[in-house]
Design a protein around this ligand. Structure first.
Ligand code: NAP
Length: 317
């Protein structure tokens, strides 16, 4: 397959593994490194048959149209919000993602964010490292997590994995999804997001980003979580109206927030830099060596299956 043109839109990962493997097995083009895109397209657009992308630089309609012989888009992510699925369907271009292999890591990250936010782990770490333990004495009290009511927006693969972890902390679980899950009898279903929020101490966002779920966490939902409640987002930044989130945190209408994702990554609202009740991560939900390798292997396995005319491993389109 070393003559098949595969174009990466961006590096996709801090690990070189995906690029190295693609380079070994295909004819790899690193689009983000091309100084002269026009020149690159003139010489290579016809030979690109696959795009590999991720959630920072996906494959929008304009990009897809640049490559007349494109057959498949394989995203190094489970989220598909940066791939124009309508365009791909129209043009008969296959699409794959990387579900399941990252579920545990993202759920672990959600739990880490919950504990870090309620127990103020990052602030405590700074307190010890700054020498304040010696000079100022004991750290102030924080908020208990075990037994708190956890509400999950999106009881899919990741949401379910978070629910299982939270159950081990003795937390009653509720959720909202488009439909009630017959295999989640121990969890309470709310058909309304606001009702879920009003009945959650910790409200975790883990749903798919679509036009329907953009800003699904609006002022009403944030106020329903309330001044004693916490919002944790490991979905996408655009699930939450960030302006409203900042206002609620600054005004004390929301207890706190643990955020892995933001509306305009890598930009974060400057007001949040000062807030003690916010823990922020740089979109690292699935960012471990182990999962990175599994995701890369799945991207490559999908490409190979496609070009060998075998069934795709994780087809979306
Ligand atoms: P999934 O199994 O497809 O689950 C998605 C969930 O979202 C489902 O429960 C679905 O409900 C729900 N949903 C979709 N549209 C909805 C709507 N309009 N209203 C309410 N709920 C809705 O996906 P997953 O593997 O768990 O991944 C979930 C998301 O996590 C991804 O799309 C991605 O954005 C995010 N993610 C983030 C990171 C990170 O690094 N922070 C890493 C991986 C993934 P139904 O079941 O009722 O359809």
């Amino acid at each position: 397959m070393e003559n098949i043109g595969v174009m990466m839109t961006c590096a996709c990962s801090p690990s070189p593994y995906l690029q190295e493997e693609l380079d070994k097995q295909f004819k790899l083009f690193r689009y983000w490194e091309c100084a002269n895109k026009e020149e690159f397209l003139k010489s290579n657009s016809n030979s690109i048959r696959a795009i590999v992308c991720n959630t920072s630089v996906g494959a929008d309609a304009k990009t897809i149209d640049l490559f007349p012989n494109l057959e498949i888009v394989s995203t190094f992510s489970v989220g598909l919000d940066k791939v124009d699925l309508v365009k791909c369907r129209e043009k008969g271009i296959r699409v794959t993602n990387t579900p399941d292999v990252l579920t545990d890591d993202v759920a672990d990250t959600a739990m880490a964010l919950i504990l870090a936010t309620l127990r103020r782990i990052c602030a405590m770490d700074s307190y010890v490292k700054s020498g304040y333990w010696k000079t100022k004495g004991e750290f102030e009290l924080t908020t208990k997590f075990s037994g708190k009511r956890v509400g999950i927006l999106g009881l899919g693969r990741i949401g379910s994995a978070i629910a299982r972890r939270a159950e081990a902390f003795g937390c009653p679980i509720s959720y909202h999804s488009r439909s009630e899950k017959p295999n989640a009898k121990n969890y309470k279903y709310y058909s309304s997001v606001v009702d879920l929020a009003a009945n959650s101490d910790v409200f975790v966002v883990a749903c798919t980003l679509t036009s329907e779920t953009r800003h699904i966490v609006n002022r009403e939902v944030i106020d329903a979580v309330g001044s004693k409640g916490y919002i944790v987002n490991i979905g996408r930044g655009l699930h939450i109206d960030e302006t409203e989130l900042v206002a609620a945190l600054v005004e004390g209408r929301l207890g706190g927030a643990g955020l892995d994702v933001f509306e305009k990554e890598p930009e974060v609202p400057k007001e949040m830099m000062e807030l003690q009740n916010v823990v922020m991560l740089p979109h690292v939900g699935s960012g471990t060596w182990e999962t990175d390798t599994d995701m890369a292997d799945l991207v490559i396995a999908n490409l190979k299956a496609h070009f060998l005319k075998k069934p795709l491993l994780s087809p979306v389109v």
